[in-house]
Design a protein around this ligand. Structure first.
Ligand code: CU
Length: 284
């Protein structure tokens, strides 16, 4: 088989797979239902999917998804009977936090869909590469606990090879900012609380960055996902920053629910620009 033939066959396989997907989803539209469950990994394991109280329904503005193509996503939050959930509490300054990752955790996006009423949220975005994306929507129906619903969206096309192999560097440098991760335990253990401290310094003089501005009401935001296939809501941890930390320090306490490899994305606001640094951590 020549290269051209190989790629033609590859694309045809993809197209057929997507056609099947569209045909099997309701009414031929790209609507995918996501199961939901209470946030928090500890309750997660004791509550099977069946105990969901709300669900998220995803509708993409086009059936012809492609990488780097602007797309609008609508997310409808419904109760277990399919009736719209209409009232939401704000937390961390937003009514919904949307974490979009490619299933291999190579791509990360944190969005805030706008509430349009009648249970519907909308957001515009693009998907940087082809692949299977998992969308975690984090929201709080009024008077209820924070909920996490999971949706899936497939973006067809050829998947590029990773630019570099994942590394476990504890220092990340971008432009004039350096972020160093320190763990209270060199190798965290399942079920044992660990403190994660991120030191944010200026690359030029190695001095702590002073006066980090709040990002969504906190000094920083941390999303943690366990590398799994398929990803599920039990792999998702949204940690809250500790209040009392020094200049350029953002700290979190968390507990890893299972052994495995986790990816961490720390987001913070330096000079009105949100920076994202990612790290991998092994948990025994
Ligand atoms: Cu958010």
């Amino acid at each position: 088989m020549t290269n051209d033939e190989f790629f033609m066959k590859y694309y045809l396989t993809r197209i057929v797979a997507i056609a099947v997907l569209l045909l099997t989803s309701a009414c031929g539209s790209s609507v995918i239902r996501g199961a939901s469950s209470h946030r928090g990994h500890s309750t997660e394991q004791t509550h099977p999917e069946g105990s969901s109280t709300t669900q998220a329904k995803l509708t993409a503005s086009t059936k012809n998804l492609a990488q780097n193509q602007p797309i609008s996503l609508a997310i409808d939050i419904q109760d277990s009977q399919g009736k719209a959930v209409t009232n939401f509490d704000t937390f961390q300054e937003k009514t919904m936090h949307l974490i979009v990752v490619r299933d291999d955790l190579h791509s990360f996006n944190h969005l805030h869909p706008e509430y349009k009423g009648n249970g519907r949220f909308e957001v515009n975005t693009t998907f940087p590469t082809a692949g299977e994306y998992k969308i975690f929507s984090d929201y709080k129906p009024s008077g209820q606990k924070e909920q996490v619903s999971l949706m899936t969206l497939n973006v067809p096309g050829s998947v590029p090879l990773p630019k570099d192999l994942e590394n476990f560097n504890t220092t990340k440098i971008f432009n004039d900012t350096q972020v160093k991760l320190k763990l209270s335990e060199p190798t965290p253990k399942t079920g044992k609380e660990v403190t994660l401290t991120f030191d944010v310094k200026q690359t030029a003089n190695n001095q702590p960055v002073k006066g980090l501005q709040p990002y969504l009401g906190e000094k920083g935001h941390l999303v943690i996902l366990k590398s799994s296939y398929p990803l599920s809501t039990s792999d998702y941890i949204h940690a809250h920053a500790l209040k009392e930390t020094g200049d350029g320090q953002i700290a979190f306490k968390t507990t890893f629910p299972q052994p495995g490899t986790y990816k961490l994305w720390i987001q913070f606001n330096r000079d009105r620009k949100v920076n994202t640094a990612d790290f991998w951590v092994n948990v025994l």
